[in-house]
Design a protein around this ligand. Structure first.
Ligand code: UD1
Length: 360
């Protein structure tokens, strides 16, 4: 049996790793296609090297562009490759333009689509990711939900027949790679001490493309007494350069290049607090029991907020990080909401079915 897995952006390489291992265990042939949506070494190749996954056999080299340009540039090459390779199933991950383009191309030529990390909703249709998620879910044959909330969202959209709770594949990845992080080395590299710094990541269009918001964020970071380690996404770097915002960045803020997954896990696990607009980092901070400030107007990971471990802060308004920290997190509870760390196994059981397993 042959399947295709489609990746293109940084978080997808992380989610692919445990699935590739599971497919290998089951003797299922996997061909990896990279859309090329992320192309800088630090955003792409470094992950493929570090996570030891199958190297992509094809790269569409789509690069940067508007949403329409990026999505449309992928459609024809995806269709051509799917027709040529004739897989039984394609796997897509998350909510990127790559996810939508691959699932659209496959579903129109009747190749079944399995969507991993399905059912997430921010209920904010101004986010490109929200459009990508909704459309992908509605053309997928398997909607593989990481949490009960995600499953409920799918049920509410009449997708009950194709929706399954499998747990979160990022927990599988975290369990696979966490122990490889060497904090002693990381601490030396960035001159930090355990629990004495914040980790920050900002990349979403709604924060970076709105100059007032990015300014508010940078000013709030600089007012903090503690150190901040801030791996900078290329989108945020461009915006800071184009708008000459370097003067807003205080001495306590250590801007670093996008770091590897294993280094990020080390930085995250040993930080005092995390500040982010990333879906993945919110979840990883929860799994590593580090309180999180989410710099957005909403989150897809409502459970982490309900359990007192994540606070939503609207970057439209100037904010004081010390106040936020002092007034929250008193009753935080890190419960098991992301499954048992075997999402990749559950996904394969669902998609290939028990009959398939018995015969192989
Ligand atoms: C994309 C996803 C988002 C995901 C994120 C992870 C969409 C709509 N968004 O956002 O869901 O959370 O990836 O990082 O698909 N750039 C580079 N080098 C790179 C990659 C990007 O310089 O390797 C710059 C380009 O200027 C590009 C900008 O970053 O225009 C944004 O990249 P893009 O792929 O459009 O989206 P992300 O913000 O990375």
């Amino acid at each position: 049996m042959r399947v295709i897995t489609v990746v293109g952006a940084r978080p997808q390489f992380i989610k692919l790793a445990p699935l590739s291992i599971e497919l290998k265990k089951r003797d299922i042939e996997e061909i990896v296609i990279h859309s090329g949506q992320h192309y800088d070494y630090k955003m792409s190749e470094q992950f493929l090297e570090e996570l030891l996954i199958n190297k992509p056999k094809y790269n569409l080299n789509v690069g940067s562009g508007s949403h329409a340009m990026q999505t449309s540039k992928m459609l024809v090459p995806f269709e051509e490759l799917f027709l040529k390779l004739n897989p039984e199933i394609i796997f897509v991950f998350g909510d990127t333009n790559t996810t939508l383009a691959a699932s659209l191309a496959a579903s129109k030529i009747n190749i079944p689509v399995a969507h991993i990390e399905s059912g997430l909703r921010s209920f904010n249709r101004k986010m490109p990711e929200e459009i990508n998620r909704i459309l992908t879910d509605h053309i997928s044959n398997w909607c593989l939900a990481p949490t009960k909330t995600a499953l409920c969202n799918l049920f509410n959209e009449n997708l009950k027949n194709v929706s399954f709770l499998v747990g979160d594949i990022m927990l599988d990845s975290l369990l696979l790679f966490k122990q490889k992080a060497n904090f002693e080395q990381i601490a030396k590299k960035y001159n930090i001490e355990k629990n004495k710094y914040y980790l920050a990541t900002i990349h979403r269009a709604e924060n970076t493309d709105n100059i007032e918001r990015i300014k508010n964020i940078l000013i709030a970071f600089s007012k903090l007494n503690d150190k901040i380690v801030f791996p900078l996404h290329p989108r945020s770097l461009n915006i800071i350069n184009q708008n000459s915002l370097w003067s807003l960045i205080g001495e306590n803020v250590n801007i670093i290049e996008p770091c590897s997954y294993i280094e990020l896990l080390g930085l995250l696990e040993n930080s005092k607090y995390v500040m982010t607009d990333s879906g993945g980092v919110q979840k990883e901070s929860y799994l590593l029991k580090v309180p999180c400030i989410t710099l957005r107007e909403e989150t897809e990971w409502l459970e982490t907020v309900d359990l007192g471990c994540n606070v939503i802060v609207n970057p439209n308004f100037p904010f004081n990080i010390t106040d936020i920290v002092n007034n929250n997190f008193m009753n935080k509870k890190f419960e098991n909401i992301f499954g048992d760390g075997n999402a990749s196994g559950n996904i394969c059981d669902r998609v290939f079915g028990n009959e398939y397993l018995k015969n192989n």
